[in-house]
Design a binder for this molecule. Structure first.
Ligand SMILES: *Cc1c(COP(=O)(O)O)cnc(C)c1O
Length: 433
């Protein structure tokens, strides 16, 4: 199986985190997001352990909470000693409601409004990751009006192609994110930041992309960022205190994708950074990483109930489920691959059929996956599981067609509980005047 938390019990039924998925579907209804809390905690510990041995006493691991944002996840991150990334007022507010200590939060986004900046400052967000010069001055103004000195990092684009989907590639020079090193804008914004009296420049940030499998991406990024840091030291006498290398480790959605050994990879990045820093003769900065997907993705699974099974002779087959692009927009957005299989063993016969698994929205693009091989006996009422849906599913869910969003059910130590309740039609009309 693509992840060790997935298995089959003695009846041949699909299990997740050791629990029978078909029974969970009955208990909570479908569509249903499951999240394996123990797996999430284990991932946090893997990162923290690897970073602690690569950069002893001087590192941070931040959970990029846009991957999956709701109150309970911030509580778990706090318990595990993680910092967080936030990208909006909504994420900050959710973290506040969860009691997360915001001095450990880094506020990203390529376009923070003045109101966003004020809200984040008033609530004590520790660090702003500044995208561009216009934003730098907006932060200076808000900080000045509060007579505070705001800690910031500057987001730079190191000019690296991570070989992933274009829509989630962010480190190249022409990206909408950050200030480019190649064009000289990174140097200019450093000078500007150093000249502002309500800004405390703590260092630099980069994030080159997501769902990245190239093992040397972080090394290439660190190489460029440390060269730049050394230059700023030489030219401006500015020493980088924090270097944040972003997130992006890929996860396995299908068997043919590799598994990344995160501990081994971070150890390599650590070796590289130590030797590079001594070669450049600069002090070792605090190193941060901010994984999102690789913390939560394979801790997730979505369960659906099959509705219409449509066979168009000589053309193709469709299996429709009671969810779709409203709870999983990633196939529609990126053509992302998924593993989809029945939750309960279907043993009427061994015959297989190929079908597109589609959602219930009035939209032909509402596809979860094309050409899925399923038992040909599949029928209305059967439960289907879509694997690896912990990242960018609930957080990207919509109410298109006024479809309520599924609940988030946490699985831990053999039991389950509701972390986010199922949305109702009443919730959906609650804003209509
Ligand atoms: C999205 C994002 C991340 C997390 O990326 P993953 O691929 O989910 O690990 C980290 N940092 C920044 C700035 C991001 O925008």
């Amino acid at each position: 199986m693509i992840c060790e938390n997935i298995g089959f019990d003695t009846n041949g039924d699909l299990t997740f985190a050791g629990q029978n998925t078909a029974e969970l579907a009955v208990k909570y209804g479908t569509p249903l997001y499951l999240l394996d809390e123990d797996r999430i905690r284990e991932r946090c510990r893997t990162y923290i352990g690897a970073m602690a041995s690569a950069f002893p006493g001087n590192f941070r691991v931040l959970y990029a909470s846009k991957a999956s944002s709701f109150k309970r996840i911030y509580e778990i991150m706090n318990e595990e000693g993680m910092g967080i990334d936030v990208v909006s007022r909504g994420e900050i507010y959710t973290a506040i409601r969860a009691g997360f200590p915001l001095e450990k939060a880094f506020f990203h986004s390529n376009n923070k409004t003045d109101a966003d900046i004020a809200f984040a400052m008033d609530n004590g967000v520790g660090f702003f990751v500044v995208d561009n010069a216009e934003e730098l001055y907006a932060i200076e103004r808000e900080a000045a009006s509060r007579s505070i000195k705001q800690k910031i990092l500057l987001r730079l684009t190191p000019g690296i192609d991570p070989h992933t989907y274009a829509a989630i590639s962010t480190g190249q020079v022409d990206s909408k994110f950050g200030s480019a090193i190649e064009t000289g804008q990174a140097e200019t914004i450093t000078e500007e930041a150093l000249g502002l009296s309500h800004i405390e420049l703590m260092g630099y940030h980069c994030h080159v992309g997501s769902q990245v499998f190239d093992s040397d991406v972080f090394i290439r990024a660190a190489d460029v960022m440390l060269d730049f840091s050394a230059q700023m030291n030489k030219k401006r006498g500015y020493l980088t205190k924090i270097l944040n290398l972003g997130g992006g480790y890929g996860v396995r959605y299908i068997e043919s994708q590799p598994t990344i050994d995160i501990s081994a990879n971070i150890a390599q990045v650590g070796e590289f950074i130590h030797s590079k820093v001594s070669e450049l003769g600069i002090p070792m900065p605090q190193i941060c990483m901010e994984p999102g997907r690789s913390i939560v993705a394979d801790a997730g699974m979505t369960l659906y109930t099959v509705g219409t099974v449509k066979r168009i002779p000589g053309y193709k087959n469709y299996v429709s489920v009671d969810g779709g692009m409203t709870d999983n927009v990633r196939y529609a957005m990126y053509g992302a691959p998924y593993t989809i299989l029945p939750a309960a063993k279907i043993c009427v016969n061994r015959e297989k059929m190929t079908a597109d698994v589609v959602g219930r929205c009035c939209e032909s693009g509402d596809v979860l996956q094309k050409d899925v091989v399923l038992p040909s006996a599949i029928k209305r009422g059967d439960i289907l599981a879509c694997l690896t849906t912990g990242a960018y599913h609930y957080s990207m869910a919509s109410n298109y067609n006024r479809i309520p969003r599924p609940p988030v059910i946490m699985l831990s130590a053999g039991s389950s509980y509701v972390a986010v309740r199922r949305e109702t039609e009443e919730d959906i009309t609650a804003l209509d005047i």
